[in-house]
Design a binder for this molecule. Sequence first.
Ligand SMILES: [Cu+2]
Length: 113
Amino acid sequence: MRLIIGGLTTILAMLALASSTFAAANTNTLTGTVGPGYTITMNKKTVKAGTYVITIHDLASIHDFHLTGPGVDKKTSVTGTGTTKWTMKLKKGTYHFVCDPHHTIMHGVLTAT
Ligand SMILES: [Cu+2]
């Protein structure tokens, strides 16, 4: 019986180790998309403050994706298209993303808490 409990404890310890290793390797990610129509979106509205890899899909040559907020001012080119990855630290606060040429109709907010 002691042997079985000992074995079980070892298995549980290994599972705990495996899950914490997985959590450490798991990066915070966000995805922003602009175009192809007159839309700009972020896949989340609220996130925990921390380091993020933000993947931007710029799907139109008439739009850009411009993200600003505490310590952040990043944008893709208006004429350029394609996928861009930004690694950045999001502090607690409010971040705004816009398409500069159409900022009155294409904008959104991301909150870090
Ligand atoms: Cu635009």
